[in-house]
Design a protein around this ligand. Structure first.
Ligand code: ADP
Ligand code: ZN
Ligand code: ZN
Length: 692
């Protein structure tokens, strides 16, 4: 938790000084006084205008002090319980004895609150029983847990021969990472489950890392179905109290399975017997902003070695770095090449959107996709439509002056959202929001036009085309409430909707038997990002989305719409050719000296004063250049693709490091001699994932 800046009245002040204060400063002083002479700076800033100015004045005159307070730590949750001492009727009224008997029937111990309703009794009666020595009332610590919903238990499945081979090799594997490379629907999760069972039986614990919280409800249920209450979920959406109790539970050292996102890699499990990193290629395992920058895979590798246990890296599309380690024999490479029960991978039809336009189809749904949705409905199956953007449309443009509506704090366009409360614009970088203007802020023209499609617009247009289609939307906007991920997925799984329209969030981990159709509305948005990894990401994403179709008895079909059907990545993804894609991509990376052939290190500078940020970046580049024994290659300085975010200007330098540890040490030395001005912040990111 962060400590908090607070403002309090100074112990000794001179009242005469107060007369010289400006009215707003005086108001602040009165405000602090009115709030027990001690308030948080955050609260002050929210409530008073010109707060910074007034505070400076008060501090300068010694009328108030500013200090850092420790945050309130979470505490154990304590409940009063009533405990049975002696079940004896002597000296009791009939009613008292009845209550005593019901406590016996309820197990001899219960939270007082609950017992009052269960036994329909009163605190007075319990107090009497306590005086008579028949019960005692005392305090017990309760462990908070966020999800105690019961799930049906299941039993281990009979493994396919491939799964069995993989499991046997895993059991014999040395400590450290192992790649479990299995196509979508090949049953990787079942392998995890059966690898974990003996770990628990030995009295050790297992840690299971998953990329996003959208994934956890279904996956968590599968683990709970197998291991019951030994499974615990640990992620950033827990309340402080729940998180605190999860930690305490882990520290007990009892055998348990902890499932969590990135930061759960630090879970304090004392007897770790196995770590699983599912979808190991996923970018959300990397934390970059805010610092500390780390990759959960790197930390997990380190932990696996420290605990002398295996780390399973599972994926259908392994990260190129991991893949290279596996093919070089640095780590074990286990393969699952077939879907369970000989189910085929879905057939992928690539549809050329240019042709649709020529044929006069102006909707975002190709004719092939429309027919496929019709067939899907006839068979009472379900479908998933994937779109790269949330919101209604990607940007708003003035048709008179050609300006797009931009965020005042960032160099990006605002996204249009249509809400129950009205239309509004939102920045997807800094979350700045404003009402949709009626006319262009630049030229006052009322002719604004909405370009590009987001989930919201697709949902609306799909509804117009198929009035009877029942549609659910799954993106960050519809899942912001706690528990809403689970709710939407459950509604869909229960057949309450025919189509799920969503973003990246629905690409992973969703295993629904009735989904036979997957539509990818426009692959192009993925292919053309200015980042050398965009191809790798596009391939992974397309494979993951396609993999949601045909996972049970019914075969699946994928319709991939694009303006560039001949693009090599579209081709490789449509034929499920991981190897073709990977070999071509690795060749490119080698030519340009990019990861995994060199390590990248990003030096990220940001600040509110643009000229100062640029001059600092240049000075930093110069001091690295001046270092004679530096073996890395320096690129930049260059502005980030989005130069300004939340009023801060961002520039970066990139270092290509060929000599791992040695190169990092050289860089560390250079940096330690560099004086970064206080107005500019410098962040060092080893193996950066986002170069945008
Ligand atoms: P992956 O994680 O590789 O995408 P899953 O583990 O989700 O694949 O498995 C796909 C489906 O096949 C799931 O519904 C799962 O219950 C089922 N399954 C996995 N292994 C077996 C098996 N050995 N026998 C029968 N069904 C299995
Ligand atoms: Zn205009
Ligand atoms: Zn913004």
């Amino acid at each position: 938790a962060r400590s908090q800046r607070r403002i309090r009245l100074a112990a000794i002040t001179n009242p005469l000084l107060e007369w010289t204060l400006s009215p707003s400063t005086r108001a602040m002083l009165e405000f602090v006084r009115a709030h027990k002479a001690d308030v948080s700076w955050r609260f002050l800033r929210q409530r008073l205008p010109h707060a910074q100015h007034s505070l400076t004045e008060l501090l300068n005159r010694g009328l108030v002090e500013s200090y850092l307070a420790d945050p309130d730590p979470p505490r154990p949750l304590v409940r009063q319980v009533v405990v049975l001492v002696e079940l004896e009727s002597e000296g009791l009224t009939t009613r008292q004895y009845e209550v005593l008997q019901s406590l016996g029937r309820l197990g001899g111990e219960m939270a007082v609150e609950r017992f009052l309703t269960e036994a329909r009794t009163t605190r007075t009666l319990i107090a009497t029983l306590q005086k008579l020595g028949r019960v005692i009332v005392c305090e017990r610590q309760i462990l908070r847990s966020s999800d105690a919903e019961a799930v049906c238990r299941d039993t281990p499945k009979t493994l396919t021969p491939e799964q069995q081979v993989a499991l046997d090799q895993l059991r014999a594997a040395p400590a450290g990472p192992v790649l479990l490379h299995g196509i979508t629907g090949s049953g990787k999760t079942e392998v995890y489950l059966q690898a974990i069972a003996p770990v628990l039986a030995r009295g050790q614990s297992a840690l299971v890392l998953v990329p996003e919280i959208g994934l956890t409800p279904q996956l968590t249920d599968r683990f709970r179905a197998r291991f019951g209450p030994q499974v615990r979920v640990y992620h950033s959406a827990l309340s402080d109290g729940e998180r605190y109790d999860s930690w305490r539970q882990m520290l007990t050292g009892e055998p348990q399975v902890v499932i969590g996102t990135r930061s759960a890699v630090f879970a304090p499990l004392p007897h770790l017997g196995l770590i699983v990193l599912d979808e190991e290629h996923d970018g959300s395992y990397k934390q970059d902003r805010p610092a500390p920058c780390y990759h959960a895979r790197t930390v997990a590798t380190w932990r696996a070695r420290a605990h002398q246990c295996p780390l399973i890296l599972g994926s259908a599309t392994p990260d190129l770095e991991t893949y290279r380690q596996a093919t070089r024999g640095d780590i074990l490479h286990l393969k699952l090449t077939e879907r369970v029960a000989g189910r085929p991978l879905p057939v992928v039809d690539v549809v050329d959107l240019r042709e649709e336009l020529r044929q006069g189809n102006l909707t975002p749904f190709s004719r092939t996709l429309q027919r496929a949705i019709g067939t899907m409905l006839d068979h009472k199956h379900q479908g998933i439509l994937f779109i790269n953007r949330r919101g209604y449309s990607t940007f708003v443009l003035c048709r008179n002056c050609g300006e797009s509506l931009r965020c005042p704090h960032c160099t990006v366009s605002l996204t249009y959202h249509r809400l129950a409360t009205g239309e509004h614009l939102r920045c997807h970088y800094c979350n700045h929001g404003c009402a949709q203007p009626r006319c262009c802020p630049h030229c006052r023209s009322p002719h604004l036009r909405y370009f590009g499609s987001g989930t919201q617009r697709i949902t609306a247009e799909l509804g117009e085309l198929f009035p009877h289609l029942r549609i659910l939307r799954f993106d960050r906007d519809t899942t912001s409430r706690k528990g809403s991920h689970r709710q939407i997925l459950e509604q869909f799984a229960n057949g309450e909707a025919d189509v799920l329209v969503g973003t990246q969030m629905l690409t992973k981990g969703i295993d629904l038997p009735h989904v036979t159709l997957v539509g990818i509305l426009a692959a192009d948005g993925l292919l053309n990002l200015p980042d050398f990894r965009s191809g790798e990401r596009a391939f992974q994403l397309l494979t993951q989305v396609a993999g949601r179709a045909g996972r049970a008895e019914q075969p699946g079909r994928v319709i991939l719409q694009t303006y560039a059907p001949e693009h090599p990545i579209v081709e490789a993804a449509s034929r499920h050719h991981y190897l073709d894609f990977t070999l071509a991509e690795l060749e490119q990376r080698q030519i340009f000296g990019l990861p995994p052939f060199n390590q990248l290190i990003a030096l990220h500078l940001s600040g509110q004063d643009e000229t100062r940020v640029i001059s600092t970046a240049e000075a930093l580049a110069a001091s690295i250049d001046a270092c004679s024994d530096f073996t890395g290659q320096l690129l930049g300085p260059a502005p980030c693709a989005v130069v300004r975010v939340a009023n801060r200007y961002r520039w970066q330098l990139l270092v290509k490091n060929r000599y791992a540890e040695r190169g990092r040490n050289q860089l560390r030395q250079t940096l330690s001699g560099f004086a970064c001005p206080p107005q500019v912040s410098l962040a060092i990111d080893i193996d950066p994932l986002r170069l945008l």
